[in-house]
Design a protein around this ligand. Structure first.
Ligand SMILES: Cc1cc2nc3c(=O)[nH]c(=O)nc-3n(C[C@H](O)[C@H](O)[C@H](O)COP(=O)(O)O)c2cc1C
Length: 290
């Protein structure tokens, strides 16, 4: 009875979110699938604290309606002034995933995951609205509006990640999608004023290749009260390096210092893996970033 009430609650929420417009059959069938799972769903804090990136997936496909649920969760995120400046391209075609995996630094998990989501900063809709309204749309060319799109795409994607994890799926973000942005845009047939800001692999985690929760810095490193305090960070970093070393060992990964890896990622232009040319690529894609 309680489950039934919760389900009705979800249906009312969907009705409100899409003002009754979202009634496609896949989505409705997916809703039935969710009904069976509801008892096992963890609470939100458990889902958030239990996060770990998953890079090893089984071959099983996602159940029907999963994509639509993830997008409903994504669209439920807050977004700047409700301008809805993001879109997402769902890629399931094996050959396209293969090509994208190469463009994103040859990451095998993109091929392995049944679903790859390319999250877009999408100012093309607003540009078309401006043209229709015969408005100059000058704000579209500024860094600020680009940032709005990046922030909103990230918030939306993270909602999708939380929803996927609550449903027992695994995900990993793919920043490598920014290595070769114009080729990615071509592969996804993106219009002017759209940019694939990162990707996301989604699938069933392979139980034979499990992953663990990765420890983070202590809160004292990241949480400041009232004002930022730039004191010494030596001790905290040394002890986090030790924590991470033990973590890598537990995961049978080679010993490395977290602080050194972090420094290496930003040490040289080459370590940006092609993303040092992002500004030029963005200009070509329709983002002058004034
Ligand atoms: C925007 C973004 C881009 C990322 N890009 C990649 C990537 O290209 N490949 C990859 O294997 N992991 C990628 N990750 C995953 C991070 O490495 C991972 O989140 C981080 O090491 C923390 O581990 P955890 O997610 O398991 O807690 C990315 C994460 C974010 C948020």
């Amino acid at each position: 009875m309680l489950e039934e009430m919760k389900m009705e609650g979800i249906e009312e929420l969907l009705q409100a979110r899409y003002a009754g417009a979202e009634n496609n059959r896949t989505f409705v069938r997916g809703r039935e699938g969710l009904r069976d799972k509801r008892e096992a769903l963890p609470n939100t804090l458990e889902t958030l604290l239990g996060h770990r990136s998953v890079r090893a997936f089984t071959a099983s496909p996602l159940s029907e309606g999963t994509l639509e649920w993830l997008v409903a969760a994504a669209q439920s995120a807050a977004n700047s002034a409700n301008q809805q400046t993001w879109s997402v391209v769902a890629v399931q075609d094996e050959a396209r995933k293969q090509r994208l995996s190469v463009l994103a630094g040859n990451q095998a998990h993109i091929r392995e995951a049944p679903l790859f989501l390319a999250w877009l900063v999408d100012l093309s809709r607003l540009r078309r609205l401006s043209e229709r309204a015969q408005s100059p749309g000058e704000g579209l060319d500024y860094l600020e509006t680009f940032l709005v799109g990046v922030v909103d795409a990230a918030l939306a994607a993270q909602n999708a990640v939380t929803a996927a994890e609550a449903l027992g799926l695994g995900t990993v973000y793919i920043g490598g999608l920014r290595n070769r942005p114009t080729e990615v845009a071509e592969e996804l047939a993106l219009p002017h004023s759209t940019f694939a800001v990162f990707g996301l692999c989604v699938g069933h985690p392979d139980p034979a290749r499990p992953t663990a929760i990765k420890p983070r810095l202590p809160q004292s490193s990241v949480l400041f009260r009232e004002q930022y305090r730039s004191g010494s960070i030596e001790e905290e970093i040394d002890s986090y390096d030790a924590v991470m070393n033990a973590f890598y060992a537990s995961q049978r990964q080679p010993a490395k210092l977290w602080s050194q890896v972090a420094v290496d990622r930003i040490a040289s232009v080459a370590s940006l893996r092609g993303r040092d040319r992002l500004r030029e690529a963005l200009a070509k894609l329709g983002f002058p970033l004034r």
